[in-house]
Design a protein around this ligand. Structure first.
Ligand code: MN
Length: 198
């Protein structure tokens, strides 16, 4: 039962002008496709072949580095595509909004802290909003690690993630990572993020 590259629910040009079509296509087909294929190669014929991705990541320290890198890459991108939408942007609502106000004071303050985590992650990695037993926490991880992994410094369930690898923004933004981070908020699907939270 191999993992499959998930289909996007929108077209490659749907997130323009914030994320360009060429980046989306290469990112989805080549990068996410590559992680998916290499994850399948790494688990084929092993005892974890039929585990869910969450089960695999929870005990990732027991597995080869290829499982950590490609299992993380498979999971992280799947979440990333899911929490973006051409109808995104605006403000969170409902229980998620309540929690953001409780844990960060305001949406602006939450975004400021998240942007800081995304901008200062050295080299390649991800910025996260995670649910830690009902409390919202901002984190960042290197490479394709994520907070579900037993090796992660900060643990929790990711509900929002931003890819800050150069392959996610370089064609359009070159070295201007902060501009890409600002643009991201225009395509965040807050309904999906709230669903992941509750
Ligand atoms: Mn990526």
């Amino acid at each position: 039962m191999a993992f499959e590259l998930p289909k996007l629910s929108y077209s490659y040009d749907a997130l323009e002008p914030y994320i360009d079509a060429r980046t989306m296509e290469i990112h989805h087909t080549k990068h996410h496709g590559g992680y998916t294929n290499k994850l399948n190669d790494a688990i084929k014929g092993t005892s974890i072949e039929n585990q869910s991705i969450e089960e695999i990541l929870k005990e990732v320290s027991k597995h080869p580095t290829a499982v950590r890198n490609n299992g993380g890459g498979y999971y992280n991108h799947k979440l990333f595509w899911d929490i973006m939408s051409p109808d995104g942007g605006g403000e969170p609502s409902g229980k998620l909004m309540d929690a953001i106000k409780k844990d960060f004071g305001s949406v602006d303050n939450f975004k400021k802290e998240f942007n800081q985590a995304a901008a200062t992650r050295f080299g390649s990695g991800w910025a996260w909003l995670i649910n830690q037993d009902g409390k919202l926490v901002i984190a960042s991880t290197p490479n394709q690690d994520n907070p579900l992994m037993d090796i992660s410094e900060v643990k929790g369930t990711p509900i929002l993630g931003l890819d800050v690898w150069e392959h996610a923004y370089y064609l359009k933004y070159q070295n201007r990572r902060p501009e890409y981070i600002d643009a991201f908020w225009n395509v965040v699907d807050w309904n999906k993020v709230e669903k992941r939270f509750v």
